[in-house]
Design a protein around this ligand. Sequence first.
Ligand SMILES: Cc1cc2nc3c(=O)[nH]c(=O)nc-3n(C[C@H](O)[C@H](O)[C@H](O)COP(=O)(O)OP(=O)(O)OC[C@H]3O[C@@H](n4cnc5c(N)ncnc54)[C@H](O)[C@@H]3O)c2cc1C
Length: 503
Amino acid sequence: MDAGSRWDAICVGAGITSLAFGAQVVKRHPGARILVIDKHGVPGGYATVFQRPKAGAAFDCSLHKLSGMGEGGNLRRIFADLGLDAELGLKVPADYFEACLPGGAIRFGNGVDAFRQALHERFPHERAGLDRFFDEVAVHGRNGYHQFQMMDGTFEPDFAQLRYAHKHLKHVTVADALAQRINDPWLREILAATGIYVGGFPEDLGYLYFLHVVYATLTQGNAYVEGASQRLSDVLAARIVAAGGHVLLGTAVRKILSDDAGKVRGVATARGDFYADRVYLNAAPHYALRTLFDDRPALAPIRRKLKNLKPSRSTTTVYLTTDAAPADLGLASTETMIFASGADASRAARAVCDGDEACERAYWRDSVMEVTNYHALNPSGGRIVCLNVLDTMAHWPERRSPAYKLKKARALNVMLERLYAAKPGLRGHVVYTEVSTPRTYERFTNNTDGAGYGAMVGTDLSGHVFHHAFPIAGVHFLSAWVAGPSYEAAFGYAEMKAKQWAA
Ligand SMILES: Cc1cc2nc3c(=O)[nH]c(=O)nc-3n(C[C@H](O)[C@H](O)[C@H](O)COP(=O)(O)OP(=O)(O)OC[C@H]3O[C@@H](n4cnc5c(N)ncnc54)[C@H](O)[C@@H]3O)c2cc1C
């Protein structure tokens, strides 16, 4: 490619939000030429697969569930608009998740009715609190879910409910809201478990936002892409290229170029400068503001504001393969949540998290561990299982140091032992393991603290509007940091930005 070439738009980063944006722009505006640049060797950001040929494994970095694939779901609509539903082999699991509690497991079928009924049966004494919770999901979760349509006037909410929600539900945490509604600490733990999808413990997340997450994952259908998230990323990248664009890999953007009038000109890379009047930043905003812009006084207020934008928790992940189908070894569900303590004990453990040992106990042993059975989602992808716990960068030493290696070994041991305690049939059948830490994630994506979920949506949202009226004209932010932490949010926000293209 010629250095110095001119494009209609440049995307910094080829994460799923950029790719979804590019594919939607070229569909709406044939002939639009988009350059997407990524420092990594494959497109997708977190929506990638990493290959381990010797282990016969291809691990999906992040996707285990696409929400919004049911009737009326945002992602279903966008996939249909793009003709992706026909092109991608989508797998819709029959189950939601299996909750493994010390007193026995509960398997939940997919969908709100199945989930609600199973909870009513297991926790009959909590019926009133459960009904209140599900009513809130149906009303306030639904409103939040349609936020993009609300903004463009295609969804009319009940404004009285909206006012009520903003006054009473927005500034309370999930932990506190559930404590007001539910007595049983195990039930609270089950209801809060989906917080792991967005990088927050119950005491981190705002309740109103959380209701929207539950609505999205519970009532709007889930699906998995055959060929995993890499296939989705590759298909989108191919759309951009077919329309005359380009996906330039293995190339880090070093600077965003702008003129003296405060208008963007393009980007600088080791392969030369590229020019466009619109530059879309898929990179994490903290990292971008620290490294990609000159030190202009106009940016100082944005930098200050960013201090209020807190990264969500990152994850520590164990990827593994087994020597037989996981279902034959006792791991039947597509997804399993393993609980170690009731809500009160877990929260208490995290409250005293002030050293390595305490953090490891709190995050790895005493908080929920999510298990994705990729083999059950897509048997042709191999006998692959993945374990996730929320974690933070703060207690991880530098990569490659002896302390880091020891810590990785401890994480592996703790997480595998939890898996074996819940599913004893797997012991002796795990043949390959690999550990990713918050540092691994940061290394590959430049995401602050390695947070694949972007910003923490807590009760204080003051940092979340940093991108409004950005002082350099033509610069837009495009990522989980502004869209929300999921593929569905990425596509939804990308759709909104693609609609604004002509403006
Ligand atoms: C363990 C885990 C499991 C998850 N599971 C799910 C799930 O099941 N369902 C779901 O909906 N969501 C899930 N998510 C969330 C989802 O993966 C993310 O929200 C989404 O992929 C983020 O996409 P993004 O485009 O915003 O950012 P990213 O994927 O972070 O993309 C940013 C890109 O920018 C590139 N970049 C950064 N700086 C530069 C630079 N200077 N020059 C060039 N390139 C640069 C990076 O290399 C990267 O490719 C999960 C996340 C994690 C971490």
